[in-house]
Design a protein around this ligand. Sequence first.
Ligand code: SF4
Length: 265
Amino acid sequence: MKALAALFGPISPYNCAMPRVSALKVRVFGTCRLRFRYQYVDKLRARLRPADTAGSLVHRVLCDFFSKVPPAERNEETLAVLFEEGWTALSAGYHRIPGVEVHRSASLHQLANFARCFDLGAEPLMVEPYFQEEIAPGVTLFGRLDRIDEEADGTLHVIDYKGGAQPGEIDPQQLRIYALLAGRALKREVSRVSFWYLDDGTSWTTDLGARDGQRTLDDILATVREMDGVTAFPPTIGRHCGGCPYLYTCEVRDEIAARREREGW
Ligand code: SF4
């Protein structure tokens, strides 16, 4: 605790535990402080949407596909079979949610895109590995990555699957944080990071330079310091509210509904 106090000064009453940070926590802190309070201070129950459950299933299917299915048997049909098995296993209650079938066909469409656009015979080094690493005295970075491939030169390539189509503007922060985490945990160089978009079968890739790791570490520690001192949690209303698992209880829900109506998102 002494090392922590030296790094961060007096511990905030809002955040008295040893800092544990993830790419999601950093993103939430940067997107909406009110969600940050609901999720990490008040620890309210998240309410996932059917789209989130379907998205998790697609991720699980891709994990099983590359870890359990031999390369010679991998094709679009196998992906669909794995998905249908998982879909059937979801609770009967889930299937009764109105409109949930839309997510079934959207997920199958994503998997068909995947089969069409990405290499099904690939042999990833790891799928869905979970890492946690102490990145500074008393500060732990943790997370589960979708996939790590090995490049021809022996360096690593971190890949994150995204539901949705490729947006016009891409924020690589999540990938940089994953690269730092994987590099530290595996003691290997991560030279490349990618988002693979499942709705349109496109990808976005960037190479990492020698200084990227230190820059990412500095950014994370600056954010952790800010989190530790935070005492105000104003809402930030925007499109992201549509995917917020705390919308059901958000204190500015009426204002969000009005903005949605007015701005058409
Ligand atoms: S619904 Fe929007 S304003 Fe409310 S907590 Fe979530 S992100 Fe913040």
